[in-house]
Each structure stands twice: as C-alpha cells, then as structure tokens.
Design a protein around this ligand. Structure first.
Ligand SMILES: Cc1cc2nc3c(=O)[nH]c(=O)nc-3n(C[C@H](O)[C@H](O)[C@H](O)COP(=O)(O)OP(=O)(O)OC[C@H]3O[C@@H](n4cnc5c(N)ncnc54)[C@H](O)[C@@H]3O)c2cc1C
Length: 370
C-alpha cells in the first residue's frame, strides 16, 4: 500500500525531492508539502534582492506550482508541532495531517531582541522574503530625509545587508543615510583576519560605521539601547543576530541537539523515530558539527531524496558525507565580493562575478522545473 510522505518546508535541502515528486506518486505514494508561502526564496541572493541587483522573481522557486504540477498536495500553512507516536502533524491553522514518513526542512529564525513599539521599522534578515518589504521601507525613508539605518549583528549576513543598504541609497537617493553595524564584541569574529579586514575596509571606505564592543540590548521607540546603557537614535533597524533552528522539534518532544535542531544520524534520520528525516539549518547532525550555511543544505539534497524514496519502498538507506571545506563568497553590495576557499582569499569584482554566476545557475536549475 502507498505511503503518505509529508515534506515540512520547501527549503534548500528539499529541492531535489521537490523536483522528483512524480517518482513517489508514480509508485503509488501520496505526497503533501507544507509551507507558509507558495514560493521559496534563495537566501544566497537575498541581500542582492535587498540592494536591487535581483528582482524577487529571479531568486525564488515556485514550490506550490511545482508540487501541484506533479500531482502532490500543497498546504499553505506552518507546522506547529508533531505527535511522533501517533504520527500526526499539528498545523498553525489548527488542522491535523497524518503522515507515514515526514521530512523537515523548516530552516532557522533570527532570535529577536527586546523590541517595544516601532515594529514597522524593525526587520530581520529571515525570512528572506521580508527583505522585499525592508527595501520598500528603506526607499521611503531615504527619499524623505537623511536617515539613520542600523544593522544589529556582526556576521557575514550583517556585512552583506549593510553593503546592500548602501547600494539602495547610492542608486536611488539624494540623501546618503548614516549606516551603522552594531557588531557585538568583534566584527566577523569567526573568520580569519584576511577576510575580516577586507570586509571592514569595503564597508568603512563607503562610510559605513562598524561599531565593535557594542551589544544592542533593547529597541524602544526609535532608539537602540546597548547593554552598557548607551542610547542611539535610529530610523530603521535590521536584525542579523545569527540563527537558531526552528522551535518545532523541542515543541514536539523529539530528540534535539544543543541548539534545538532535530538530532539526526548519518542517514539524515531522527535518532529515535525512523520515519522522521530532515536537512538544512533545522537539523543537528550527530556525527559532526555543520555550519548553518546553505552549502550543507544543498549537499544533503540527493541523500535526503534517496532516503525518502528508500524509506517509502523499504530499501536500504544511504549515508550522508558532509564533504570538505566549502566556498564562501560575500556580496558586498557594490558589485564586489569577498571570496574564501581553504587558504585562498581574494576580493573585488571577479569574486562577485563568480558568486553571481554560481547563484544564478543554482536557482535557474530549479526554476526550470516550473
Ligand atoms: C542574509 C543571508 C545570506 C546568506 N547567504 C548565504 C550564502 O551566500 N551561502 C550560503 O551557503 N549560505 C548563506 N546563508 C545561510 C543560508 O541562508 C542557510 O543556511 C539556508 O537558508 C538554509 O537552508 P534551509 O533550507 O535549511 O532553510 P530556509 O532557507 O530558511 O528554508 C526553510 C523553509 O521552510 C519554511 N518554513 C519555515 N518554518 C516552517 C514551518 N513551521 N512549517 C513549514 N514550513 C516552514 C520557510 O518558509 C522556508 O521556505 C545566508 C543567510 C542569510 C540570513
């Protein structure tokens, strides 16, 4: 008898499975995909969409359309939690969906600071689609006055976002805003000096201020209050404080890793429930630490697909091997990038051209299924 396979979230780790849904359906299985939006936005191009280099439809994948075209069911909803014993999924809308096999690719979220009032002018870097609204709001603000725009967080997302806010102003405004980064103790602290210094130089050369030793503690009525009590007036704030796995797993009482991500074995399968799988930012891979980067979600794709098929058909599971060092390129917003691969580091226009080529090729491959 056919099984009911449910994909919770249509993120980067489910792309290959989504592209091959008809293979499950041809074998007599039913497939349901649950996601909050008919589209999935590719995060690698998110800062470029904020800056205006890419249009929204250039960086998104039409999940709903692709699912329905192949005979699957798309539910526009969010998983709240699951009951792993009775194999039920409880959705935020209040509906319940039963499953035989479930795979999670529900991503991560940006932890919130203590924010009171002024929510229209406070955004997070995730979900990526919200950066569309952030762009519209920034355009309004900088056309009215010389605004102060702040990015809170000291990692690469913060560098890319600040650089791309500068891009919006350069292309569209007579008023160049003051752009500041509250970077915590040390900006880009987990990267070698060769990367850190290039990022700081790229930003400060464009008068973007990088404030080190400054932890934003609270946001209140257009003000950022640091943990040491300093108060900064601000017109617009983007939070880029790092990410945490979706809270779905802890709420479901599933085994999780130290960061709350679904604990999975080398088959990308829950360590306790063999019918639960997962990939991307929402998992904690038991065998080794994996950085929260799209690269791992992409590498997990084929194994997740193979194992969901094997599990549906009662065949043997394949092992996920994370692979070695990965290529990182940051989009600095001025048509330059900073590239790192093993010992190699360089920055400039060529680095951005390489990133743009890789990113466009990735998204086009999946958009072609549409
Ligand atoms: C600004 C920015 C730039 C980045 N740039 C890069 C880069 O250039 N290269 C790189 O390797 N990494 C980059 N990253 C990291 C990268 O975004 C993540 O590692 C990657 O998005 C993880 O993919 P994912 O599919 O696990 O999660 P996501 O991309 O977050 O996808 C999760 C999906 O699940 C859906 N979802 C969420 N909650 C639920 C729910 N409860 N129920 C159902 N569906 C749900 C979401 O709508 C979304 O479609 C960047 C991150 C940010 C914030």
């Amino acid at each position: 008898m056919g099984k009911h396979l449910v994909l919770a979230g249509g993120g980067h780790a489910h792309m290959v499975t989504l592209a091959n849904l008809n293979r499950f359906i041809d074998k007599g299985h039913n497939v349901t995909v649950i996601g909050p939006s008919p589209y999935h936005y590719y995060s690698g191009m998110g800062p470029g969409m904020l800056g205006g280099v890419y249009k929204p439809d250039e960086i998104r994948f039409a999940t709903k359309h692709v699912v329905e075209k192949q005979g699957g069911v798309f539910l526009q909803d969010k998983v709240d939690h699951i009951g792993p014993e009775e194999k039920n999924i409880f959705l935020e809308s209040g509906k319940t969906v039963p499953y035989d096999i479930i795979s999670f690719n529900v991503g991560s979220y940006v932890p919130q600071l203590n924010v009171s009032d002024d929510n229209d002018n406070v955004f997070s870097v995730k979900p990526i689609e919200k950066l569309r609204q952030a762009r519209v709001r920034i355009l309004e603000l900088i056309s009215e006055k010389k605004a102060v725009i702040d990015v809170i967080g000291g990692g690469p997302a913060s560098a890319e976002v600040a650089g791309n806010i500068w891009r919006i102003a350069k292309d569209h405004s007579k008023y160049m805003p003051t752009i500041r980064i509250f970077s915590g103790k040390r900006f880009m602290a987990r990267f070698p000096d060769s990367i850190r210094k290039r990022a700081i130089k790229s930003l400060t050369n464009r008068s973007i201020e990088v404030l080190e030793n400054s932890y934003a503690g609270e946001i209140k009525a257009g003000k950022i209050i640091t943990e040491s009590g300093q108060v900064y007036e601000s017109d617009f704030i983007i939070l880029a404080l790092g990410v945490k796995p979706s809270p779905v797993f802890q709420k479901s009482g599933l085994p999780v890793g130290p960061d709350g991500g679904l604990l999975v074995n080398r088959y990308l399968q829950s360590t306790q429930y063999p019918d639960i799988f997962g990939g991307g930012d929402c998992i904690c891979f038991k065998e080794q630490h994996l950085d929260k980067v799209g690269v791992y979600a992409v590498r997990e794709n084929p194994i997740l697909f193979e194992n969901l098929m094997a599990s549906s058909e009662g065949a043997e599971l394949s092992t996920f091997i994370p692979g070695g060092d990965y290529l990182l390129i940051f989009n600095m917003g001025d048509d330059t990038g900073i590239l790192k691969k093993k010992w190699l580091t360089f920055s400039g226009k060529t680095a951005f051209i390489i990133k743009d080529y890789i990113d466009r090729r990735f998204i086009k491959k999946f958009q072609s299924i549409e």
